[in-house]
Design a protein. Structure first.
Length: 136
């Protein structure tokens, strides 16, 4: 949530992600699409890269990735490639969420927990897009 709020403050779509390893946060990231002018700079992609840098290996089997909004298919695929241990997310993304578009893209054995702080996560998104509409 803190990372999502940072994204919000920088006029980025407010999505934040952290990666935990053995109860310790090893990577924190938020959406940087506007900042980096890179449509693939989603919070989860940044978090995976930071976590693998921290671990010093390309796989994250003992890690849990927490993200405020359901990952898109690209990020879910990245989690597959990184062999992520567990995925936890807040709000469902009813338009771009992987579970709707490509439910098989995440590794079938990856445990998924959803709906954690769902309301807080989705309210932040709604506030952001409302602000965007008002300022157009
Ligand atoms: Zn994504």
């Amino acid at each position: 949530m803190q990372e999502a709020q940072q994204a919000f403050a920088h006029d980025e779509v407010p999505i934040g992600a952290v990666v935990a390893h053995k109860g310790r946060i090893i990577a924190r990231a938020h959406n940087l699409v506007e900042t980096l002018c890179d449509a693939t700079a989603h919070a989860e992609m940044q978090a995976i890269t930071a976590a693998t840098n921290f671990i010093g290996g390309k796989y994250l089997p003992d890690c849990t990735l927490y993200v405020t909004v359901e990952p898109c298919p690209m990020c879910a695929a990245a989690m597959y490639w990184a062999q992520l241990g567990t995925l936890v997310y807040g709000a469902t993304d009813e338009k771009r969420g992987y579970s709707l578009i490509a439910p098989k893209v995440l590794h079938p054995k990856t445990p998924v927990l959803s709906g954690i702080l769902e309301n807080e996560c989705s309210v932040l998104m709604k506030q952001f897009f409302q602000k965007k509409r008002e300022h157009k």
